[in-house]
Design a protein around this ligand. Sequence first.
Ligand SMILES: *[C@@H]1O[C@H](CO)[C@@H](O)[C@H](O)[C@H]1NC(C)=O
Ligand SMILES: *[C@@H]1O[C@H](CO)[C@@H](O)[C@H](O)[C@H]1NC(C)=O
Ligand SMILES: *[C@@H]1O[C@H](CO)[C@@H](O)[C@H](O)[C@H]1NC(C)=O
Ligand SMILES: *[C@@H]1O[C@H](CO)[C@@H](O)[C@H](O)[C@H]1NC(C)=O
Ligand SMILES: *[C@@H]1O[C@H](CO)[C@@H](O)[C@H](O)[C@H]1NC(C)=O
Length: 467
Amino acid sequence: LLLLLLLRQAGPAAARYEPNWQSLDSRPLPGWYDQAKIGVFIHWGVFSVPGFGNEWFWWRWRGVPPFVRPEQPFVDFMAANYPPGFTYADFAREFKAELFNPEAWADTLSRSGAKYVVLTSKHHEGYCLWNTSHSFNWNSAQVGSGRNLLAELAAAIRNRSDGPRFGVYHSLYEWYNPLYLTDAQNNFVTQDFVRYKTMAELYELVNQYRPEVIWSDGDAGVPEYWNSTEFLAWLYNDSPVRDSVVTNDRWGFGTACKHGGYFTCQDGYNPGKLVSYKFENAMTLIKGSWGYVRNLRLTDIYSLDEMLETVVSTVSYGGNVLMNIGPTSYGVIPALLEERLLQLGDWLSINGEAVYNSTPWHLVQRDANATQLVYYTSRPDLGSVYAFLMSGPPAPGAGPVRLASPKFAAPGANATLLGCPTAAPPVRLAYRPGVSGVYLTLPGQANCPDLLSGPGGPWVVKINGLL
Ligand SMILES: *[C@@H]1O[C@H](CO)[C@@H](O)[C@H](O)[C@H]1NC(C)=O
Ligand SMILES: *[C@@H]1O[C@H](CO)[C@@H](O)[C@H](O)[C@H]1NC(C)=O
Ligand SMILES: *[C@@H]1O[C@H](CO)[C@@H](O)[C@H](O)[C@H]1NC(C)=O
Ligand SMILES: *[C@@H]1O[C@H](CO)[C@@H](O)[C@H](O)[C@H]1NC(C)=O
Ligand SMILES: *[C@@H]1O[C@H](CO)[C@@H](O)[C@H](O)[C@H]1NC(C)=O
């Protein structure tokens, strides 16, 4: 008996997960993910070569007759610019990535303040960005750049002490893979595509590159067809990343927003209220496309304010933001997207305290009745609530900012403006008898030179003693 007791106390046996949702869903999400808040998504592939429409180029050009008609602008684009008989596969030769400098990417990604990166290892087109044994002549090591793009980026990111974690997007299905189409024709009772392609790739990716995020997509088919639960049980129990890996929720029809790791529900998801699960807002800085498009206009790209509104509104409800960029086929992050990432990093270098490691404020998250739109987060570990003034500094002479939501007077409370030197006058908090809310008098812009010359975007007031 003693021996048994000793054995039991020798350490908590690692939980083993069974290949069913009830068991898999019970796995606690590794803590780093909720703390991270910000990730960068990278859509890169053969679709970056035509760079027209969006990353669904192949599908939109060919369609799936007779069910899905080809889209005329895509048919016309090909007829006008490419010889008859030119196939989508012919674009792969031009995916040369000849100016791809993984260390330059790693530098930009680190400076963005993102804590994780998710690269499309394979999109629905099926082309793999790593040196795979399971996608003969349809991968970057064999056609196009002749390089193991995924391995190079992972190495450059991991080579930095301040680098984000490395993760992969992976599409379960491939639009036109004959094995998949045959399985589909057989009503998914055969699994050749899953056995020889999808799962073979996923195990290879995890064993060789140890991604800490598996962002699954393209889950057209029931989970039983994909054998998702078998893979996840292995991933959580026995894989080299079992302790730190996180996954999303796209593992077969009906799993989104129900099963898996964190929930993405649909693209650009933000519930706009507190929810009982961890969610991620996967959004793209290029409106209407995840992949690079060559005829980008300035207005197609999120402005700084739109980007930060997305970040703040998502984080205030407890979500992460996975912000997408689309590099060119020659391997460069377009300068406008690079600028957004660096602006995000600048803003986070001042205001990151209110973002990373934050939790939603239990009392209110969005305050539409303030003198300007205000979102809140909280840091119970620091005893602080943060008010994000979404329009930035109030106009000179506009008077104090009224926050409608702190509904009770908290006499011991005090406040500071993030990024304003401690020597500046403090934020004055005032309560008015019979009026709910609190009035903030900011230190005066002249006292906060770093904020004025800084990145712009919301100003953040840190309030102590309200929790
Ligand atoms: C891909 O792997 C094969 C087999 O290990 C190797 O011979 C080849 O050099 C690799 N190519 C690249 C680009 O890494
Ligand atoms: C790692 O960093 C060192 C020093 O900055 C650099 O010389 C080296 O080329 C880097 N290696 C990779 C794989 O990025
Ligand atoms: C899927 O899982 C079932 C049950 O474990 C197994 O019988 C089947 O062979 C698996 N299929 C593939 C493609 O791995
Ligand atoms: C916001 O203000 C409007 C109009 O004064 C009022 O009807 C509403 O109840 C207020 N909402 C909150 C949450 O205070
Ligand atoms: C602000 O409030 C916090 C929490 O109530 C308290 O610990 C801190 O000493 C206060 N700071 C100042 C400058 O009053």
